[in-house]
Each structure stands twice: as C-alpha cells, then as structure tokens.
Design a protein around this ligand. Structure first.
Ligand code: CA
Ligand code: CA
Ligand code: CA
Ligand code: CA
Length: 649
C-alpha cells in the first residue's frame, strides 16, 4: 500500500477461518484498517461452530506520513486472533499483477516509479513487466518476498526470487538473485531510450499461490546502505547514501530518530525523500574509521564505551580500532551489519578479532547474531587492545558497511514471550510463557508485566527468581469482557533495567514440528467463550519438601455439546519438545501418576514431585492448561488460575 492512500487488500486464511473478523491491529502508527463485510454476510450465531470463511477484504488507510517499511498486523475474529500478516508500506503507486503476463510478449506495462504486487503462484511462473527508460537513466528494482516469509505461521516452502532486466529482444542486461538475503536488489542503467522488460521468478522455477511479492521499480535515488551506519539520537548529521544515490557524489543531511535502536530512515534528497534505509541509532560516542587502517599501527581510536562505523570498502580491506581497557574488566564488542529478520542488510559477512597492539590475536568470532560477530573479551592487563573487522570471504564493496559497538560487559538480560499472541475467552484464562536470558553476570529476579491489555483482561503477577529463566503469566478475561484486541508490550524489569520482550511467532515446520521466529508485535484478544468455558484447579497452592509429591485435581467445564478430547499439561510442549516450563528447578510432573488424557471426560490431575536435591523457592506461579487440538500443530490452551508452588527444605 502506498503512503497517503486508502485501498483494499485481501487476507487469506489457511486451515482456519476469518469468520466474523471485526478488527485489525497494526504495528506502529499511520496504518489502520476496517473489515469490509461481505454483502451477504449473516450475523454470527454465538452458539454455532465457526463457519469456514477463507478470506476477508480489508479497507486499509495509510497516512501520508506513515513510515515506509514492512508492517505486522493481525486480524481479530470472535474466535481468536490471527497469526501474523505483513503489509509492505511504500512511497510509490501500487500496481497489481494482471492475469496472463507469463510470457515476454504479454509483459504488463508498469509506470516508473511504481511497486508491482504479484505472486509467483505456480511452478514455472515468470511474471513479465515492461517499462520505459531514457538513455543513462538509472533504475533500481527491489523485491520484498523471501525476507518476510519466515514470520508466516504455515508457509513451509519459501521463495527465492530472481529479477532479470532484458531489452525487448530478450537480451539479458542485468540480473540479481540475492541482494537483501534471498531477495533481489538490482541497479540498472538504461543504455538507450526505449522500452525494457523486467521479470520476476523463483530461482529454481518453483512456485506457490502464497508467494506474494512486492517489486519496487524506481528511478528515484535509491539508497541500499548508509555510511556511516550509526548515528546519535536526535542529531543532525551528514550521511553518504550508497546506491544509485552515489551518482550524486555527496553526503546528505539527516536528522536522526530520537529513539535508540535499529531504525529505517529516509533522506531528504534533491528530488524528494529516498526509500527507507537502515541506521543504527545509539547514544554512545561515535567515531568513523580513518583509512588507511589496515594494520594495528594505524588503528582508529575508539572510546570505551563507544562505537565505530566503517566499511570493508575493497577486497581484502582490514579495519583496525584501538581501545584502552582495564585488566579483568570484561568488554563486549559487537558488530551490527547484516541480521536476517531485522532491517540490517549490509553486504558484510563480518569477522571480529581482538588483538594485542602488535597483532597477536586473543579472541575471534564469526557469527553471534546471524552473520554478525560479537564477543566478550576480558583484558589480561591494563592497556591498549585492538579490534579488527574483516569480511569472512575477503570481499569488500561500498555496501559492506558496519557498526562496531564497544561497551563494558554490563549485567543485562533479554526477554521473550511465547507464543506471540494470546486469545482469551470471556470468563476464562490462558497462559503466556516468558523466557529470560541473563548476560554478563546479571543474577537478579525479573518482574514481568503486560501493558496495554484490552479492557476486562488482567495478567497475573510474575517475578522470575534468580534460580529460574522461565515463567508463566495467566491472562484472565472477565465474564462480561467485550470482544477486543490490542497490541501489548510485555516488559521485564530488574535492578533499574527495563527490557521489552521479543514475541516469538509459532511457525509450522515441515514434518509438523513447532518452530519459532522473532517478530515485533505481541497482541492479546478477548474472544467469545469457545470449547472450554473454564478450567478449575482444586488447589491454589502447592508446598513440597524434597522427595515429596503433590496432586493437583483439575476439572474442565465444557461448552454444551463439546465432547472432543482434552489434554492437561503444565509445560508448553509439542511433539516431545519442551517450549515452556514454568516449574521451579527440581520440580517435575510425574507423568505416570498424572491423568492428563481426559478423552471426552471432565476431570484429571497432575502430580508434581520435588527431587531430593531440590532448591527452596516460594510462590512460583504455574498453571495447568487444558489443551484442545485445532489441527495437527495448533492447539488452544485454557488455563487454571495461577497455582503457587513453594519448596521448603
Ligand atoms: Ca505471477
Ligand atoms: Ca533470490
Ligand atoms: Ca575500511
Ligand atoms: Ca581498512
């Protein structure tokens, strides 16, 4: 969708239903949508099973000042919240693929600039488009397709798009396969006035009806990368755009966003704003590499904490940075360049070395975050040390940009919530699993809150003690809570640190496994009461001593007529893999003594056991979830109220 426009998009469901869709929530600001009701749609019968509605039309409005880029969204239905959808927000007119453009002769004419929305809908599908260009005109083609497919819940086979530009006689003039990860980006300089063709296909001539793509065709200055790649928040800086814009041989002004993080920014070019390009926004003092710096003697000095921006500008380029450190005070060094699933898309496949000033390598790393290296280095003595950045394959171009971040290895943590969304039936509850990863000696408790919940929904308190890395929050909806959905924030706090959780989308892997992929927008919805109306635990507290067992009796309240099989669990599991376990260390479920397969019955129980060497703990919240299968992979969980587990020694 183009900024400043309103239009319709169709959302397709798969093995599920969009019946009754009533609201759409988007990540970020500037994009909104309403559900376009089909004319013959009947009001939903609250007691009926969910009728199959395989797609829904949305009327989407994108504000003129909406930030271009990929937006996550979810569709709320009375029976729950959809998995993640994505919309590409662009700043050029959008053209839809016309039928029958599968041969060069039938190429679809497209304006320049424009963004063509098409599909590589079947094996051997090649989509041909034609455009006019003037001699010497530089055009850029970019495809959004493969990069965004990992977030799609059930898309087991992924596209590998390829773009080719030919003249009208079919002579290939330019082609690109993998520019931004598997997606092509291609710069093309027209040799003469006239018409040309651009085609999109899968590199292996494969296809799938769900392989939607957005092909940008533009003659505007197009920014592939920025140099330097990092800047301080809120500052007015000059940056060099790398891409067609380099023809302009100049630095362009940029006012840096005020929030630190990985950002997309547009530059004010002489002919209007550019496409968005990634920038690392960091509050640390920054330097830019000073070539020549190919040996430790000519290293560029970087403060600690601080950051250095550079690029592996030519084949074999080595970039050295010198920093002063103190014996035993660990330093964290991290390269930001190319991270799949984020906006970072540099050409660099970085390697990071830490050396003595005379070039003896003390530590090295290749891949810490995706292709980006990083490491923690404990200086053996006071003095200067040298960080070296290079490309794994010794390649180098002006697109091999990077940012090297240096800081003392401060105690910290990251937090994730699994899954990325929760749907709670009015009058019932569901569990949300949270994981923390502590780093650099951080050993504190982490308190977890869910902010921005829909009206009538509450989240149970959770503090993950120092001895644990996981926990569960029970979301409860009041009986009279109205249908609603909201993007929320799951926030962990500890010792003055505040960290927002990354939600992980549940991905259906080939063979039925449960995969996970980091996404951006956690969300919670109130849905209508579904198959189970309530799950009741007969106990709210369990106290165990080493070697002891305790039984938790559970009763499920079924919706009238619902007689399918129900299973009980305290853990989040799938095909034997444990994805969430809120039990204290040393406390386990005794499977042989538990009754978790309820069949069509209503009562079961869970037996917990404390190991002989169990550590003491107090009031660790867990819950029993009753699971109803939706299909082979997806199940809906209905939780008891929190059950507090205490271990006394
Ligand atoms: Ca097609
Ligand atoms: Ca490709
Ligand atoms: Ca360099
Ligand atoms: Ca260098």
């Amino acid at each position: 969708m183009q900024c400043g426009t309103t239009g319709e998009i169709t959302v397709f469901a798969q093995a599920s239903s969009l019946h009754g869709a009533y609201k759409v929530i988007f990540d970020g600001t500037g994009v909104s949508a309403e559900v376009v009701a089909a004319k013959d749609a009947k009001p939903a019968d609250p007691k009926a099973a969910v009728p199959v509605v395989p797609n829904v039309k949305l009327k989407v409005t994108v504000a003129a000042d909406a930030a271009p880029g990929v937006r996550e969204f979810r569709v709320a239905c009375p029976h729950g919240l959809s998995s993640l959808g994505q919309l590409v927000v662009v700043d050029a007119p959008v053209v839809m693929e016309a039928p029958g453009i599968g041969t060069p002769e039938k190429a679809q004419p497209v304006p320049v600039p424009s963004v063509v929305c098409g599909r590589t809908e079947a094996a051997e599908n090649v989509d041909y488009y034609r455009f006019a260009a003037k001699a010497g005109q530089v055009l850029t083609f970019e495809v959004h397709c493969a990069r965004i497919q990992d977030k799609i819940h059930d898309l087991q086979k992924h596209a590998d798009p390829l773009v080719t530009v030919t003249d009208l006689d079919g002579r290939e003039l330019a082609a690109n396969d993998d520019g931004y990860f598997a997606d092509p980006v291609l710069e093309f300089k027209a040799p003469r006035d006239g018409e040309y063709r651009v085609s999109v296909r899968d590199a292996k001539y494969d296809g799938d009806a769900r392989w939607a793509y957005a092909l940008t065709v533009t003659d505007r200055p197009y920014v592939q990368h920025l140099f330097p790649l990092a800047a301080n928040p809120g500052k007015a800086v000059q940056v060099q755009p790398v891409g067609t814009a380099r023809l302009l041989q100049t630095n362009w002004p940029l006012t840096v966003p005020s929030e630190p993080g990985l950002r997309l920014v547009t530059l004010a070019g002489p002919t209007g704003p550019t496409n968005p390009a990634p920038l690392v926004v960091t509050p640390r003092p920054l330097v830019v590499e000073a070539e020549p710096n190919d040996d430790p003697k000519h290293a560029t000095r970087v403060p600690l904490p601080g950051g250095a921006s550079g690029r592996i500008g030519t084949r074999g380029d080595l970039d050295h940075y010198v920093f002063a450190a103190e014996k035993g005070k660990a330093v964290r060094l991290e390269v930001f360049a190319r991270r799949f699933g984020t906006v970072l898309r540099s050409r660099l496949d970085g390697v990071l070395d830490v050396m003595t000033p005379d070039g003896k390598v003390l530590a090295t790393n290749d891949d810490l975050n995706g292709k980006d290296p990083g490491l923690i280095f404990t200086p053996p003595a006071d003095g200067d040390f040298v960080a070296r950045v290079r490309d794994l394959n010794n390649r180098g171009t002006d697109g091999h940009v990077y940012h090297l971040d240096l800081d003392l290895a401060r105690p910290d943590f990251t937090i994730k919530c699994d899954p990325s969304k929760a749907s709670v039936g009015a009058g019932s509850r569901t569990a949300w699993y949270v994981q923390v990863a502590r780093t650099n000696g951080f050993a504190g408790a982490v308190t977890v809150e869910v902010k921005g919940l829909p009206a009538g929904v509450t989240a149970s308190p959770l503090t993950i003690p120092p001895t644990m890395t996981q926990g569960c929050v029970v979301l409860a909806a009041e009986k009279d809570a109205k249908l609603d959905a909201a993007a929320v924030a799951v926030v962990g706090t500890a010792d003055g640190l505040v960290r927002t959780a990354t939600p992980v989308e549940e991905i259906y892997l080939p063979g039925g496994g449960r995969g996970r992929f980091d996404v951006g927008m956690p969300a919670v919805a109130v849905c209508r009461p579904l198959d189970l109306l309530d799950v009741k635990a007969k106990t709210a507290r369990v106290t165990l001593k080493p070697g002891e067992e305790a039984k938790i009796d559970v009763e499920v309240v079924r919706a009238p007529g619902y007689d399918k099989t129900v299973t009980l669990d305290v853990l989040l599991q799938h095909l034997g893999g444990v994805h969430g376990n809120p039990l204290p260390p040393g406390v386990t479920v005794v499977t042989a003594k538990s009754k978790t397969l309820l069949g069509s019955g209503t009562v079961g129980h869970i037996v917990l056991r404390a190991a002989p060497d169990v550590a003491a703990c107090a009031d660790v919240p867990v819950c029993v979830q009753a699971y109803v299968p939706i299909n082979f992979v997806v199940k809906t969980g209905y939780a008891t109220e929190p059950i507090l587990v205490t271990v006394r020694r």
